[in-house]
Design a binder for this molecule. Structure first.
Ligand code: ADP
Length: 337
């Protein structure tokens, strides 16, 4: 699949504040690009520039070879932006809201009517076509907002934190919509500060911080940059002999070790660390067997070594490395401070 959207070297300041310093990425048809970063990282500004709402100080956005400067109408015709803030007329029926957006694109009347019903159906609001958004829940309004951005059948879709303040049911409905749009071949940019959403939805993730891309790749590629694919946390009582710590460090698969206030954290990279992480990625982040085998083997050896070192394990838990760990390793900060 060729790249539909090409974003190159975007830069934008508001007065002395540099909101976007240097952002570049490409998105193919049928691909979801997750733009992940903490609040204030520059995600909305980036999306606003791509959607033609905000003028960049530098850089370019190309859709199927066209730029905003070369043909503004053709460019905007190919983009659908779902803004973070709802943009609806509360006292107009849902269908009329969509038709109003469609009219901006000069769609012929018959096409517009048909498209408006199709997109209402896609977001699960066909039966509420004649009702006003004023009577909708927050999640339903959000879904109507999405429908408005889809009416002109754009190739590129920009979703700016579409699940903010949405109930779990509507959140899942939005995820389903996204999957359907992906299957229909749309190129999708999805901004979020929730790493779970990026892990679940995105084919590739671009992590931004302070307006700059700090990492990009598939989930598996990003996790592979970490030394430990799994972690084991043990609450222990008693004093662990110093040579037990050295023995733990020497165990196959142990990549990191930290003992703090009776809590022992062991980073496990797998007997073949790269293979273990690859297994996570290839199963879509929902767990593989190869990495669990490595975890089990190393965990058994860790427990034996701790017991032999004179300490008692009171609680044991395990966790898998995630995008939060990737962000932490790159920036020294949590995604959600
Ligand atoms: P994100 O979407 O990742 O939360 P934003 O793109 O909204 O980040 O903001 C990036 C930075 O630019 C923030 O420091 C924000 O305060 C600033 N910013 C965004 N929009 C404006 C604006 N219209 N005027 C001044 N500063 C802005």
């Amino acid at each position: 699949m060729p790249d539909v959207l090409q974003v190159n070297g975007l830069r934008k300041s508001y007065g002395a504040r540099l909101a976007v310093a240097d952002v570049s990425f490409n998105v193919r048809a049928g691909e979801v690009l997750g733009l992940l970063g903490p609040n204030g990282a520059g995600k909305s500004t980036t999306v606003g520039i791509i959607g033609g709402l905000t003028a960049a100080d530098a850089g370019s956005v190309t859709i199927g070879g066209a730029t905003l400067a070369s043909d503004e109408f053709a460019f905007k015709r190919r983009i659908g932006l779902v803004p973070q803030d709802l943009a609806l007329f509360e006292d107009l029926p849902a269908l009329a809201n969509i038709e109003l957006f469609g009219a901006l694109y000069n769609l012929p009347k018959a096409t517009l009517k048909q498209r408006a019903m199709e997109v209402l159906d896609l977001v699960g609001l066909a039966e509420r076509a004649r009702d006003k958004p004023a009577t909708f829940s927050g999640g339903m309004k959000r879904r109507l907002n999405i429908a408005c951005a889809l009416v002109h059948d754009p190739d590129v879709l920009l979703f700016d934190e579409p699940t903010a303040g949405v109930d779990p049911q509507s959140r899942n409905a939005i995820f389903d919509n996204l999957e359907a749009l992906k299957r229909a071949g749309k190129a999708i940019v999805y901004t979020t500060h929730y790493m779970e959403e990026a892990e679940r939805l995105a084919d590739r993730v671009v992590i931004i911080d302070h307006g700059t891309v700090v990492a990009s790749g598939t989930l598996a590629e990003l996790l592979r940059t970490l030394p430990a694919a799994q972690s084991l946390t043990l609450d222990i009582s008693g004093t662990l002999a110093p040579d037990a710590l050295a023995a733990l460090q020497a165990l196959p698969g142990v990549k990191q070790l930290k003992l703090d206030a009776g809590q022992l954290t062991v980073g496990i990279g797998g007997i073949g660390a790269v293979g273990a992480v690859g297994a996570i990625g290839s199963s879509g982040g929902t767990g593989g067997t190869a990495d669990l085998g490595d975890l089990a083997r190393t965990a058994a050896a860790v427990l034996q070594t701790v017991a032999a070192g004179g300490a008692t394990v009171r609680h044991l838990s395990s966790g898998r490395a995630n995008l939060e760990d990737v962000f932490l390793a790159l920036t020294g900060r949590q995604l959600r401070d």
